[in-house]
Design a protein around this ligand. Structure first.
Ligand code: ATP
Ligand code: MG
Length: 561
């Protein structure tokens, strides 16, 4: 597609960055950050944020930090940290030595909280969580001030320190910002800044018994790191006044928060909670199940970093809420693999073909093109013999009018080999076709018939005695409904029972016996495939289908590409 090459007009975030660079607002600096919480694996929605944050920094000669927003020890884990690091690197981005953690800032965050207490801008509240919720009010009704709101500074300081030291049970007290219980923005009604959690933290262990909440930790982390443009998704728009309030009250360096719309894809669930449930309850085989929208799942399925980055650049960045068609993601991977993938032949549902007039025991090597899109990828030899496998679907004993592939008496071309004509159909006692007998025309080797006669189809094949047997896993969308869980039902009710089909008697050209994971292939006419990095072994390959081909060459009329 040429949309890659077209000069893109600036999205609204890049326009703001250019304006700020022009006015010298941050001294000509651009500093962004990607702030995942290590409570799950990254998914394609995160890729949008990664491409935006790292991409914009790169384009403007700035920096992008990777910051783990690890303020909730109950849900976080080093397994997630490691997977996130791997995934961002794999996407092709780099943070040099700027790998940070919100937990690096627990001490300054605490010190700033003490400062707010001393300025009478924060207080320890001893209402229960339920009471706090009740007192908060509603969208139409103002909240009610807590009876603890006017606690003396000394008492607040003492309680807060004892909260930190672990003297209280979870829920006994919280620290709240003292803002405005009647604010029209509920986020401003004395939001909680700290809560007591007795769970050990994966990095700081038992050193802290209180943990800051996102809204408080995030703006200060941004400030400490000297972020210029703090890019986040739209649901934080209503939190921006709070982001600004903390930084202004503390009088510290103030980045600018800008919100953009998150990526939604149809036929896909993107909520971390749902993705976690699919994994934990075994609806899929782990975080990197190739049907998952996780980066690790997409990688295992055969998606390339370029295909994901191109997808993110195609969807762009706006403030408009929308649902992107998952076929656009599939288009991006096809487009990329079309340029990169080696063409090979593989038969998924084999049907034996015996060429009755071929010299007994003879083998020859046919020249095959590795990628018609890229001559530099060269050619290879594919062995041919008198016993072959073709795709069961490519034969019909009693074909309808528009079926141009093999049928009794009909001639087709074998890709890179010969014209063959079916003379006999062999069946077992149940009437199942077990074998075809064909004749070949030795004059048609590697191309066309010297007498100019045409065939209407070209089909793929493998030589029976040379082929390697493989397992091939065909994936389809994980959900049958474009909006899983819409209409009130459980999103799991529309799990697609056919999202994984395993074929274990596939026959592939012999060069694929040692195929390495991480390499993409096009099985001609069938789609793009890649070896499974866990289950594929030398000599007994297991392939994942990345995506089907949109266009096939089934119906080309008498010409090879
Ligand atoms: P939660 O915070 O509920 O755990 P999250 O999806 O926000 O879930 P984070 O780890 O906080 O997960 O996300 C890190 C960054 O990725 C955030 O800046 C977030 O805005 C961004 N992000 C998450 N989901 C999407 C999405 N679907 N589209 C674009 N950006 C996203
Ligand atoms: Mg988040």
């Amino acid at each position: 597609m040429d949309d890659d090459k077209e000069k893109k007009s600036l999205d609204f975030i890049r326009a703001i960055i250019e304006e700020d660079l022009g006015s010298g607002k941050y001294g000509g600096r651009v500093a962004t950050r990607f702030p995942p919480e290590p409570n799950g694996y990254l998914h394609i929605g995160h890729a949008k944020s990664i491409c935006l944050n790292f991409g914009a920094a790169e384009e403007y000669g700035g920096t992008c930090n990777l910051r783990f927003d690890d303020t909730n020890p109950a849900k976080e884990d080093t397994e997630y940290v490691e997977s996130i690091i791997k995934d961002v690197r794999w996407l092709g981005f780099d943070w040099d030595d700027r790998l940070y953690h919100a937990s690096d800032y627990f001490q300054p965050l605490y010190d700033y909280a003490v400062e707010l207490i001393m300025k009478r801008k924060a207080y320890v509240d001893s209402l229960s969580a339920d009471e706090i919720r009740e007192y908060r009010g509603t969208l139409s009704e103002p909240g009610t001030e807590s009876p603890y709101r006017e606690r003396p500074v000394e008492e607040n300081l003492d309680l807060f320190e004892r909260m930190k030291n672990g003297e209280f049970e979870e829920g006994a007290h919280v620290l709240r910002a003292k803002i405005d219980m009647s604010s029209g923005n509920i986020n401003m009604r004395d939001p909680v800044m700290y809560r007591i959690l007795r769970e050990p933290h994966y990095r700081t262990g038992g050193a802290w018994r209180i943990y800051p909440l996102y809204d408080y930790a995030h703006c200060i982390s941004d400030s400490i790191e000297g972020i210029t443009h703090s890019l986040c998704t739209l649901e934080f728009e209503d939190h921006r006044p709070l982001y600004d309030w903390f930084l202004d009250e503390l009088g510290i360096y103030h980045p600018r928060q800008i919100e953009f719309s998150r990526l939604n894809l149809n036929y896909t669930v993107m909520s971390k909670r749902r993705i976690l449930e699919l994994v934990q309850k075994g609806y899929v085989n782990g975080w990197d199940d190739p049907r998952m929208p996780t980066i690790s799942g997409l990688r295992r399925r055969g998606y390339t970093p370029d295909s994901i980055r191109n997808f993110c650049s195609r969807i762009g960045v706006t403030k408009q809420e929308s649902v992107i068609d998952v076929s656009l993601l599939e288009h991006s991977v096809r487009d990329d693999l079309n340029k990169k993938a080696r063409r090979v032949m593989g038969v998924l549902n084999p049907l034996k073909v015996v060429i009755t007039n071929y010299p007994e025991g003879y083998t020859e090597e046919m020249d095959a093109v590795n990628n018609p899109e890229d001559e530099g990828m060269g050619k290879r030899k594919v062995p041919f013999s008198g016993e072959l496998y073709i795709e069961r679907d490519d034969f019909m004993e009693d074909p309808p009018r528009k079926f141009y592939r093999l049928s009794p008496g009909v001639e087709v071309r074998l890709r890179y080999a010969y014209f063959i004509k079916c003379t006999d159909v062999v069946k077992d006692e149940k009437g199942q076709i077990t074998e075809l007998h064909c004749t070949y025309d030795p004059e048609t080797r590697g191309g066309d018939a010297p007498d100019g006669r045409k065939v209407r189809a070209t089909i793929h094949w493998v030589s029976a005695k040379h082929a390697v047997t493989a397992e091939v896993r065909l994936y389809d969308r994980l959900f049958t409904d474009p909006e899983p869980g819409s209409g009130g039902g459980d999103y799991k009710d529309c799990l697609n029972p056919h999202s994984l089909v395993v074929l274990n008697d596939c026959r592939l050209e012999p060069g694929l016996a040692g195929a390495e994971p991480g390499v993409n292939y096009q099985f001609e006419r069938l789609g793009y495939f890649t070896p499974d990095y866990i289950d594929s072994k030398k000599g007994s390959p297991v392939f994942n289908r990345t995506v089907t081909l949109k266009d096939t060459w089934v119906r080309e009329k008498g010409k090879q590409d």
